[in-house]
Design a protein. Structure first.
Length: 288
């Protein structure tokens, strides 16, 4: 039976590959009839005419489907493909998404940044770091957040550069939060300088600056280094700072747990703002 199978396949190949000008109508019909017979009576024969996907695992097949969609001319289809790749939480799916970091559409680049989180930390960071220089504020901001999610210490120097020098407060705040998630003590001094305003080449205004300061205080609390205590105490004691910034400083001091912050926290309990007073009390309780 095997010889018959191979004979029919050979004839089908010959009929299909022969140039059309050499084939009569009857020969063409015969060739396609042979193919049809193969498909019906020899199920394995279909592999001869296109079984590339059959060699892939089910997961690889799903990845390949989405990878092909990344070539779509429609922005939303490309974004949807990236979201599906990211949802697989599989390194190979994340690798398929890397090419979209160079997509001409900013929203696609952002979606790609969050689709590669299943990669090993160093691999993800290597792919993301070049985009900290992207011209679009949205992209730089989301890349900083994505780098924080990797928790890769290799990202710390460039995140500090962004924290110190980026012209957009929202991007600087994202870098501050990313540094807090990574938890490297090398970020403590730049975060303290951000908290005091010493690092800003261009002063931010209003709510933007407040959000940046809160992000810096929160990250100092996450890193939990005593090197950040003095800066946090100064922030808490400065009653010209926004209340929410002072509250963030009090919370961070409670997280660090250094007893030298106790006097400042006790003083904050007497604040006219009930939320700051309550936050200071909770921070003191965490120290004992």
């Amino acid at each position: 039976m095997r010889w018959l199978h191979e004979s029919i396949l050979d004839e089908a190949r010959f009929s299909i590959k022969m140039p059309m000008r050499f084939l009569s109508t009857s020969a063409l019909r015969k060739g396609w009839l042979v193919v049809l017979v193969c498909l019906i009576f020899f199920p394995g024969a279909s592999a001869t005419f296109g079984q590339a996907n059959d060699r892939l695992t089910p997961v690889q097949q799903r990845i390949e489907v989405q990878r092909r969609r990344l070539s779509s001319s429609e922005v939303e289809e490309r974004r949807d493909a990236l979201m599906k790749l990211g949802a697989m939480r599989h390194p190979d799916a994340s690798r398929a998404a890397i090419s979209a970091l160079n997509d001409p559409e900013p929203s696609v680049r952002v979606t790609a940044a969050h689709a590669i989180e299943a990669l090993p930390a160093s691999e993800a960071a290597s792919a993301l770091l070049p985009l900290l220089k992207d011209k679009q504020e949205l992209v730089r901001r989301e890349i900083a957040h994505a780098l924080g999610a990797t928790r890769s210490r290799s990202a710390v120097p460039q995140l500090i550069e962004i924290l110190t020098n980026d012209k957009e407060a929202a991007v600087r705040a994202a870098a501050a939060m990313a540094l807090g998630r990574i938890g490297d003590e090398a970020a403590v001094v730049p975060l303290v300088e951000t908290l005091s305003g010493a690092s800003a080449k261009k002063k931010s205004k209003g709510s933007d600056n407040e959000f940046l300061m809160r992000a810096a205080a929160q990250s100092l609390g996450e890193i939990r280094s005593r090197a950040g205590v003095a800066g946090l105490i100064a922030t808490l004691n400065n009653d010209t700072n926004p209340i929410d910034v002072r509250r963030a400083a009090a919370t961070a001091l409670g997280s660090i747990g250094d007893i030298t912050a106790a006097p400042a926290l006790k003083a904050a309990i007497a604040s006219n703002d009930p939320y700051l007073s309550q936050t200071a009390q909770e921070a003191l309780r965490r120290m004992h």
